[in-house]
Design a protein around this ligand. Structure first.
Ligand SMILES: NC(=O)C1=CN([C@@H]2O[C@H](COP(=O)(O)OP(=O)(O)OC[C@H]3O[C@@H](n4cnc5c(N)ncnc54)[C@H](O)[C@@H]3O)[C@@H](O)[C@H]2O)C=CC1
Ligand SMILES: O=C(O)C(=O)Cc1ccc(O)cc1
Length: 365
């Protein structure tokens, strides 16, 4: 993957974050970008991120080694079609869209399979725009790669290296599996959040009692309802079938739960909640399934203020850098445990020795 001249079409939260990380990794890289609003481009130019100070016609991307499509998914499709007759034969196009089947089918239809490699960073937030973009957004996140049947093997390998250079974790997936999986873990949760917020809005009283007392639980589960409406309208249109299937399955489960409550089936309710709790508690950092990327250990936490800070401080004192950190609270470890990930085996060994010498109980899986 030649990294000299890069194009970005769309430069918001995701495009902007990738561009910022690329520029900080390689300051001499030349990035050209266009977006919906001129102000986005002017802001990125002011920050020294891109070479152009105004919106660009697509013809300006004819010299790019790589082009990143970072607009809403259905806009990306339109740009792909227009770029077909503009790009160099050795240029690669990638995208960051939340859906993959539609763009892969368009790539096949256009005969662009040898010039395309799909991508989807599994990170982001409800925020939008270049001002929310940071060069750390991709760190420790899975970055799904969906090659075509004709993406050259060496290009897949170079793209994996590129993902690692962003601080992310590459994961190659078939695009259809991608779309069914993301419909379950991302698209359906957004639909639930949007509809729950609308329900409360519709039924709240004149004094807005519900809105006033809404506590952490409601806020946690509905944060993503503040996401971009245009982006989500595009995703629903693009991933219609998997999303409809998941919504049907979810409605059936909700109806089952309703039945347990209606019939006061305490046993069924308990096991429904326990099953969910066990599974939810077992979700840990990405590192757990990526032993080749991270080297990790688990430290028993004393239940007192500053427990985490003490561990982090001790490691910092000995210049041991932590790649990722999280709290695990599940059946495997009865008590609260601090999960620490290190960049290599040697650092892990040093960290374990230091922590053990200082009285901490350290486990490895
Ligand atoms: N927001 C998130 O958490 C994540 C989003 N994605 C995907 O990344 C892509 C971009 O999303 P964000 O960066 O979050 O959105 P954003 O709203 O922050 O940025 C979108 C960018 O696309 C540009 N844009 C919009 N319409 C355009 C058009 N017609 N022509 C040219 N540029 C246009 C905007 O000017 C802006 O620069 C989407 O395809 C989304 O599905 C992927 C992972 C996470
Ligand atoms: O804000 C959150 O928690 C998200 O879930 C962000 C997100 C949105 C869309 C994606 O395709 C991937 C990640």
């Amino acid at each position: 993957m030649a990294f000299q001249t890069i194009g970005f079409i769309g430069l918001g939260l995701i495009g902007g974050s990738i561009a910022k990380k690329m520029k900080s990794n390689q300051p001499d890289i030349k990035i050209y970008a266009t977006a919906h609003h001129k102000e986005t481009i002017q802001e990125a130019y002011r920050e020294g991120l891109i070479e152009n100070n105004d919106l660009l016609p697509l013809s300006a991307f004819s010299d790019c080694d790589y082009i990143f499509l970072c607009a809403p998914v259905q806009r990306n499709l339109a740009y792909l079609r227009q770029l077909k007759d503009i790009i160099r034969s050795d240029c690669y196009i990638t995208d960051v869209g939340s859906t993959k089947t539609e763009i892969h089918e368009e790539v096949i239809r256009l005969g662009m399979e040898a010039n395309f490699i799909g991508g989807h960073p599994m990170t982001g937030s409800e925020k939008t725009g270049i001002l929310s973009a940071t060069n750390t957004l991709l760190e420790n996140a899975y970055y799904i790669i969906t090659p075509t049947a004709l993406t050259p093997k060496e290009e897949i390998s170079e793209f994996r290296d590129f993902v690692l250079s962003l601080g992310a974790i590459p994961l190659i997936l078939d695009y259809k599996i991608h779309d069914y999986s993301t419909a379950a873990i991302s698209h359906l949760p957004h639909m639930i959040a949007y509809s729950l917020v609308n329900l409360v809005h519709q039924i709240d009283d004149d004094k807005e009692t519900m809105k006033t007392i809404a506590a952490g639980g409601f806020k946690d589960i509905t944060r993503i309802a503040s996401s971009s409406p245009v982006m989500w309208q595009n995703i629903c249109a693009s991933n219609r079938e998997p999303l409809l299937s998941l919504m049907d399955q979810y409605l059936a489960l909700l109806t089952k739960l309703r039945g347990y409550i209606d019939s006061s089936n305490e046993q069924a309710l308990l096991s429904f909640f326990q099953q969910a709790k066990d599974y939810r508690d077992s979700i840990t950092l990405p590192s757990v399934k990526s032993p080749t990327v991270y080297y990790e250990c688990f430290v028993d936490l004393v239940d007192e203020t500053g427990g985490i800070a003490a561990v982090a401080g001790l490691l910092a004192q000995y210049h041991i850098s932590i790649k990722n950190i999280g709290i695990v609270n599940n059946r495997e470890f009865e008590e609260g445990v601090l999960q620490l990930a290190f960049p290599d085996k040697q650092t892990l060994t040093r960290a374990k020795r230091l922590l053990t010498d200082n009285g901490y109980m350290v486990h490895e899986r």
